[in-house]
Design a protein around this ligand. Structure first.
Ligand code: AMP
Length: 294
C-alpha cells in the first residue's frame, strides 16, 4: 500500500529502516519509474516526493502549463511499490515566502545557470528542505539533469547532509529522445526535429570512444547534427562542477539545450574514464512507447 502524505511530519513517521527519497515534479515517465525501481532495490522505505516547485521556474508560463495528474502518478507509484508519496501543498513547503536560498556557487555559473536565473537556487533550496524535512538515507537523481546532479552532490557535501546521492542513467524513448514530462507538448514535426539532439550527442560519443579528446571537435560534431533546431548551447563540462572543458580529460558530460517548438529541451551524454578509456553513458532506450503518451 502506498501512503499519501501531505506534511514532513507524517512522512517521517512512515520511515522504517534505510529510507530512500526520489524527488520529482510528477507527471511520471519511465525516467522517474527507473529512479523508483533503483530506490526500491536499495532501501526498505521508498519516499517519492511530488511537488511542482515554483521557486525553480524562472518562466511563469512554464510553471502554469507544467503537466500535472496526481491520480495517474499515484497509480504508477503504487505499481513501483513506493511506500510513500509525499505531495505537500505550497503552504507545507513554503508556509511564507522563504527568506533563505541555498546557492551553490560555481556549479551554477554555466550551461543552464545563466539561461534560467534563479533556477538552481530554487532547486537547491527545495532539495535541502526535502533532505531536512524527510531525513532520507539515500536520494536518487537522473543523469539527464547532469548539472542538477552536480549541484545536489556539492550541496550535500558542503552542508553535511547525511544522504548518499545516487545518479541514474537517462531513460530514452525508442528512437533516442530523452524522456521528459515536457515531451507531451511536442507536435509530430517538433518530435522529429528533437531527435537531432540525441543523434548529435551519440555521434560525438562515438567519436570520444574512438579516442577524440578535443572538446571543440566533439562540440562541432554534436552541433552539426543538431542544426535543424534552435540550439542554445552545446558544451563539454566537468561532472563535478559543471565547468566547461577544452579537453575530455576527466569525468565529464556533453550537454545540449535547444528550443523545439514551444518546448525547451536539454540532454547530455556522460563520459566516464575507465582505466584511461572513455566510456560514454548514452542512457537506456525503451522497447515500447512511453507511458507518457497513455
Ligand atoms: P523532474 O520530475 O523532471 O524534476 O525529474 C525528477 C527526477 O527524474 C530528476 O532527478 C531527473 O533528473 C530525473 N529524470 C527526468 N527525466 C529523466 C530521464 N529521462 N531519465 C532518467 N532520469 C530522469
Amino acid at each position: 500500500m502506498t501512503e499519501v502524505t501531505r506534511t514532513f511530519f507524517e512522512s517521517r513517521l512512515q520511515r522504517r529502516g534505510l529510507t530512500a527519497l526520489v524527488p520529482t515534479m510528477g507527471y511520471f515517465h519511465e525516467g522517474h519509474l527507473a529512479l523508483m525501481a533503483a530506490a526500491r532495490q536499495a532501501a526498505e522505505t521508498v519516499i517519492v516526493s511530488l511537488f511542482v516547485n515554483p521557486l525553480q521556474f524562472n518562466d511563469p508560463a512554464d510553471l502554469e502549463r507544467y503537466p500535472r495528474d496526481f491520480e495517474r502518478d499515484l497509480e504508477m507509484a503504487q505499481a513501483e511499490k513506493v511506500d510513500v508519496v509525499f505531495a505537500p501543498s505550497s503552504e507545507e513547503m513554503y508556509s511564507e515566502p522563504p527568506l533563505t536560498r541555498v546557492r551553490v556557487a560555481k556549479v551554477e555559473d554555466h550551461l543552464e545557470g545563466p539561461r534560467r536565473p534563479g533556477h538552481f537556487a530554487g532547486v537547491a533550496t527545495a532539495v535541502a528542505k526535502l533532505f531536512a524535512g524527510l531525513q532520507p538515507d539515500l536520494a536518487f537523481f537522473g543523469r539527464k539533469d547532469a548539472q542538477q546532479l552536480a549541484l545536489v552532490r556539492q550541496m550535500t557535501k558542503d552542508l553535511s547532509f547525511p544522504v548518499t546521492i545516487s545518479g541514474q542513467p537517462t531513460i530514452r524513448e525508442q528512437d533516442g529522445l530523452a524522456l521528459s514530462s515536457r515531451n507531451v507538448f511536442l507536435g509530430p514535426e517538433d518530435r522529429t526535429a528533437a531527435l537531432s539532439l540525441s543523434a548529435g550527442l551519440f555521434a560525438a560519443a562515438d567519436l570520444a570512444e574512438a579516442g577524440e579528446r578535443d572538446g571543440r571537435r566533439l562540440l562541432e560534431v554534436a552541433s552539426k547534427v543538431a542544426d535543424g533546431v534552435d540550439v542554445e548551447y552545446v558544451t563539454l563540462a566537468s561532472q563535478n562542477h559543471a565547468q566547461p572543458l577544452a579537453e575530455l580529460d576527466r569525468p565529464s558530460f556533453l550537454a545540449v539545450a535547444a528550443r523545439v517548438g514551444k518546448v525547451r529541451l536539454i540532454d547530455n551524454v556522460a563520459f566516464d574514464l575507465v582505466v584511461g578509456q572513455v566510456m560514454a553513458d548514452r542512457g537506456r532506450r525503451l522497447e515500447r512507447e512511453s507511458v507518457l503518451y497513455r
